[in-house]
Design a protein around this ligand. Structure first.
Ligand SMILES: Cc1cc2nc3c(=O)[nH]c(=O)nc-3n(C[C@H](O)[C@H](O)[C@H](O)COP(=O)(O)OP(=O)(O)OC[C@H]3O[C@@H](n4cnc5c(N)ncnc54)[C@H](O)[C@@H]3O)c2cc1C
Length: 401
């Protein structure tokens, strides 16, 4: 049997290796000059390829039941990666290769590809796929190839300078539903961010995403304030939700609690002032909040930092506490695909058999990885999904022999 895998990224490589048997000829067609280019930039070059707690709650998808079934295979796939030679290091639940180098994940795949005798065609972009009877005709810019089974693993536009929707358009023409594709795990653009002059501040917060007056998602973690808005993992993890709400033309904002560990800030400040004696606001807030942030919050609350806490008017204090615990800013947009780590949306998971990743619309076509409408939060969930789906597609094909 002839099998072609389009896309030599995380999911495609896994699928190709699993699909190869003595009777199966497997060829990977990859647009780039080498395979696994995206793997190299994951986890800041360290490749956070897995997480110890993988379940539906860390993903967004259009079919929760299918996702659950797919994720049920996680321990088999994790062990498969280890048996390929990937030595795992668990750091607070996040898995990296012990070498701390993403290149060792790519090289592990290269060793497997050579050992198994899998063909790789680099620098070839697939531009069309047709099915004539039982044969797939795959057209690239250079040649036309034929196969009996096809695995589509072309990923998403996330992290790319130039958008590439060729495969989405082909799959749409072949009858698949494409849910709106939007940037996720990306910074958010805040209205008037420049005037806050807050760039460079990093601080632990509780972040609530609000759309049309309803809290959509809450996250806790380190926030990075930038010239354009907000960034950092805590922002990335709500950004897919923000993308989808913005696409509906809803009013989207975030509420930031800059002191998430203090339940009642009013009582806390009162008690602190009592202990410290008659202190200025600058002194009272010193070491509680970042200096630059203290200046901004006092300024926005119309409070001079040199004023004594005991001399504050009630409404000034109320305003300040509100700014500290419920700082609200409007979200204008997400950053574009080039700044995103993944995309939300894609091929509907409802049109995929979750046991085999075979399309329910086009028999003998398997669709895997980020091309599907599944996106995870930061922490190794997206690579894990790519590996699991690649495994399922490849395993299904090799079991057919
Ligand atoms: C900066 C960054 C950091 C990230 N960090 C992490 C992390 O630490 N942990 C994590 O879990 N996830 C991370 N991700 C997400 C993760 O990299 C992806 O979810 C994962 O690589 C998706 O795998 P895939 O196989 O579906 O697609 P990809 O890995 O993107 O592979 C798709 C391949 O298909 C090829 N291709 C596309 N179109 C065609 C065509 N028409 N013809 C031929 N070839 C084609 C592409 O060149 C590409 O090589 C990160 C992403 C980015 C951008």
């Amino acid at each position: 049997m002839k099998i072609i895998v389009i896309g030599g990224g995380a999911s495609g490589l896994m699928a190709a290796i699993l699909a190869k048997t003595p009777n199966n000829e497997v060829t990977i067609i990859e647009n780039n000059s080498d395979i696994a280019k995206k793997i190299l930039i994951t986890g800041n070059g360290r490749c956070n390829y897995w997480h110890e707690d993988i379940d539906n709650s860390s993903y967004y998808t259009d079919n929760e039941n299918h996702l659950k079934k797919i994720l049920n295979n996680q321990s088999t796939v994790f062990n498969q990666l280890t048996s390929f030679g990937l030595v795992p290091k668990n750091k607070d639940g996040y898995y990296y290769p012990l070498s701390n180098q993403a290149s060792s994940v790519r090289d592990m795949f290269k060793y497997q590809l050579i050992k198994k005798g899998i063909n790789i065609i680099n620098e070839v972009k697939v531009i069309d796929i047709k099915k004539e009877d039982a044969t797939f005709i795959i057209k690239s810019e250079k040649e036309t190839l034929e196969c009996d089974k096809i695995i589509i693993a072309t990923g998403s536009n996330a992290g790319l300078k130039e958008e590439n929707n060729t495969i989405h358009n082909i799959l749409k023409r072949l009858g698949h539903t494409i849910n709106p594709i939007l940037p996720s795990l990306t910074p958010l653009i805040v209205e008037g961010a420049k005037k806050y002059n807050w760039a460079g501040i990093r601080t632990e917060v509780e972040l609530s995403l609000i759309s049309d007056y309803k809290v959509i998602k809450e996250e806790r973690g380190e926030l990075q304030l930038t010239n354009e808005g907000i960034s950092g993992i805590v922002t990335f993890n709500i950004s897919g939700y923000a993308s989808r709400e913005l696409a509906k033309h809803n009013d989207v904002s975030v509420q930031i609690n800059f002191l998430p560990d203090i339940k009642d800030v009013h009582t806390y400040l009162n008690e602190r002032a009592k202990v410290m004696g008659n202190v200025s606001m600058n002194e009272l807030l010193n070491s509680l909040l970042n200096y630059k942030l203290t200046g901004l919050l006092l300024h926005l609350s119309h409070i001079d930092g040199s004023i004594a806490y005991n001399d504050l008017k009630e409404n000034q204090l109320k305003w300040l506490i509100n700014n500290i615990t419920s700082f609200e800013c409007n979200i204008l947009d997400t950053e574009d695909f080039s700044r995103a780590q993944v995309c939300t949306g894609g091929i509907s998971l409802s049109e995929i058999n979750p046991d085999t990743m075979e399309s329910t619309i086009i028999p003998n076509m398997h669709i895997i990885g980020e091309l599907l409408d599944v996106d995870g939060i930061c922490g190794g969930y997206n690579l894990a999904f790519a590996f699991i789906t690649g495994y399922l597609a490849g395993k299904c094909i090799s079991c057919l022999e």
